[in-house]
Write a protein that binds this ligand. Structure first.
Ligand code: A2P
Length: 283
């Protein structure tokens, strides 16, 4: 989903800037570039493999338990790495397995598949036991879906994290509290309010980075609205995975550890919550 070579460059710049957590997926079609960037930086002596935290994702068409390990092995082969640090179920719905990543019927409707999410989870547990994934988690799961996994008879490992949309306009107060109680880390995607690509983003919600409150607070600290949005989440214990292909903005998004927001500012930003998603995932 990225122009050829741009991901390789962006990951190398990010590693040089200090990033260590890289969020990827088979369906981003750039895992080969991510793997190459990591391997080049290791060869340069800039990092060791264990410094990097790579998250890979199991796509919807690969939920049947017998497909899980081969799918992860395929990702590892593309990355040319021995293990991923985190492997997560990308979405809590299964599509019909096969070559089509977005299988649709003649009416344009998605063709789903009846795989028990708990069975998929057990296959992830086996990948962890085999050393192919250091940790396992989920993404886009609501509380009910998390509970289904956690209450599964014979559960071996609970999800360490749940990656969901999270930013000042969609702060996830209830899910965050639930996950805190259960020691599940929330990883916030679209922490800057997305690229506003109308093919997958609900653009009726206003642009996050134009928000007057974020910009006013930014002025006080000589920071941008983007830095304030990221700092807000980090300060409340939410991991952020900002996306940028621009060297200056990649570096900018890392400069968030030299200041902190006051309690009052945290509250002001929390009050921006609109409970509206940019990424509706209507499938
Ligand atoms: P670009 O790649 O040109 O920097 P999200 O992380 O919420 O998905 O947002 C990604 C979008 O935000 C991308 O369009 C990216 O564009 C843009 N972006 C990333 N960092 C910044 C920043 N510091 N200021 C403004 N826009 C940014």
């Amino acid at each position: 989903q990225t122009p050829k070579g741009s991901c390789l460059e962006a990951v190398k710049i990010a590693i040089d800037a200090g990033y260590r957590h890289i969020d990827g997926a088979f369906v981003y079609f750039n895992e080969h570039e991510v793997g190459q960037a990591i391997r080049e930086k290791i060869a340069e002596g800039k990092i060791k493999r264990e410094d990097i935290f790579y998250c890979g994702k199991l796509w919807n068409t690969c939920h049947p338990p017998e497909l899980v390990r081969p799918t992860l092995e395929k990702t590892l082969k593309i990355l040319q790495l021995d293990y991923v640090d985190l492997y997560i179920i990308e979405l809590p719905m299964a599509f019909k397995p096969g070559d089509a990543l977005y299988p649709k019927d003649e009416n344009g409707k998605f063709i789903y598949h009846e795989t028990d999410l708990c069975a998929t989870w057990e296959a992830l547990e086996a990948c962890k036991d085999a050393g192919l994934a250091k940790s396992i988690g989920v993404s886009n799961f609501n509380r009910r879906q998390l509970e289904m996994i956690m209450n599964k008879p014979g559960l071996k490992y609970k999800p360490v994290s749940n990656q969901v949309e999270c930013h000042p306009y969609f702060t996830q107060p209830k899910l965050l509290e639930f996950c805190r109680q259960h020691d599940i880390v929330i990883v916030g995607y679209s922490p800057l309010g997305t690229s506003r690509d109308e093919s997958w983003v609900n653009v009726s919600s206003p642009p996050l980075l134009k928000d007057p409150v974020l910009n006013a607070i930014g002025k006080k600290y000589n920071k941008t609205a983007a830095q304030i949005a990221l700092r807000f989440n980090v300060q409340r214990g939410v991991v952020v995975i900002p996306k940028s292909f621009n060297p200056q903005r990649i570096r900018e998004n890392f400069q968030i550890f030299d200041f902190s927001l006051t309690e009052q500012e945290m509250k002001e930003i929390e009050a921006l919550n609109k409970n509206v998603r940019y990424v509706e995932l209507l499938m």
